[in-house]
Design a protein around this ligand. Sequence first.
Ligand SMILES: C[S@@+](CC[C@H](N)C(=O)[O-])C[C@H]1O[C@@H](n2cnc3c(N)ncnc32)[C@H](O)[C@@H]1O
Length: 488
Amino acid sequence: MRSYEELVGGMGRAVAFRARRQLVRDLLRDQAAVLVLRGAQFPLYDLAISGVSFLVPQNQAVGGIHDVVDIEIVVHDATAYRGPARIAREERAPEQRRVAVQLLGGFLDLPGMQRADQEQLLLDDLRDGPERSLAAVPESYRKILMEAVLFTSYYRRALAEHETRIGESGRAEFARNELVLRAITAIRPRWHELRVRAAEATLPLRASRGAMAGAKEATELLLTPILQAAPVLSRAYHKPLGHAGDFTVMTHIYKDGFEGDTVFGRVFHKLACEEPLSAGVRAWKDLVKELTLAEHRRKASQSAPLHVLSLGCGPAREVVECLSEAKTRVSDIHWTLVDQEERALSVAYHDVMRALLSKGDSCSLQCLFMSFEQLIKDAQSLQGELQDFIYCVGLFHYLDKRRAQNLLATLYDRLAPGGLVAVGNACWPNDHFWLADFVLDWHMFYRTPDELRDLAMPLTTVGATLEVRRESAGAYDFILIRKPGGGA
Ligand SMILES: C[S@@+](CC[C@H](N)C(=O)[O-])C[C@H]1O[C@@H](n2cnc3c(N)ncnc32)[C@H](O)[C@@H]1O
């Protein structure tokens, strides 16, 4: 709880109170509510008790600013508001306009709208049963899913039985470890072959949103719970920090060990750490180390220090290893680590500081607790020197093209002449997306090398040179963007 001194209100200037707007998708299910105006229906975008905004096709007229129009807001079949509203403003959104109206004849009961939506969901669930989503799933995907469910259920039971038997003998821990090794050797090739076939089976579904959604729902219903015994899969699926690749997941992947409470859990945890998307994380770490050392040599040849920035740094293993693996003491590197997750920064700070104390000479570390959105909005937020090497790995594949290009432009601005920006992105095409996408509900924008190059294309007009490089495990491509100048 905060003390009253901390409740600083409008910070010294009068701030007009406005009812807080909430995105419709955070409040209600897809297509649960619409706005009706002159007989036409429009999807709602956000809501507050005294106003809403809705999406309108670019060329459709709904009235001018300050016009008063009659509207109805409908949640499923029930009216949540009917009456006059004033058009307050209009904004261009990608591909459509967003029109905001102020309600003049009453207020919206937001909790009531939510209750109505939940009630409708219950009615739908009870009436439709699993057929609602599963009906759209083709036989070919049902077959492979059933194979995966049988495969994992079979080994879960078999390994539990052997583990119980071992638990009663002497030398239990040794025998359990031996069982883990024998089990993974037997299971590994069959599991990897099965997940590749599962990925192939999803390709024909891409044309149908319903089939994709149904296949994902069926996978999460039937297979995901079985695999929860593997700590890395459980964490990635439940996303306690709101996103799948948090620093704990990354630490599991870097360790690449046998973790879990049961033999079955340990085997599938290790198998998940061996997947190309995980092996690629370890390979990207090695590539970033290689690039850091190359940039360090470039700056050392000019007798200048190297300034390095990592955006979305997570546990910053590559920095720790750059220092700890160096044969001699490392000098003149100044690292700035940025992440929106405080606990990730705390792990990174602790581990990098320890490595710096034992191996660094005239090196430094600063950690910035901020998001890239802040960075885009406020270029001054990255205090200090321009950077010679900026990298961002494990973040761009969550951004659509527009945001990715904005962020790249911001990073490029922070680059010193001759400097390098390196951005990693999960690559496409691939045959390993199924576990993340379907089992773990872990969505990424997989990109082809051309699509990745496209993100940086606007920077070539100001002289940047581009190169695409794939890390050695083959799961992530890097776009390397070099700024001209600086004697490079
Ligand atoms: C997949 S991890 C990669 C971590 C690290 N780069 C590595 O190679 O191990 C992604 C990181 O991006 C951070 N992140 C996610 N959204 C962010 C945002 N909006 N601004 C800054 N960091 C963000 C997460 O907290 C997480 O630590």
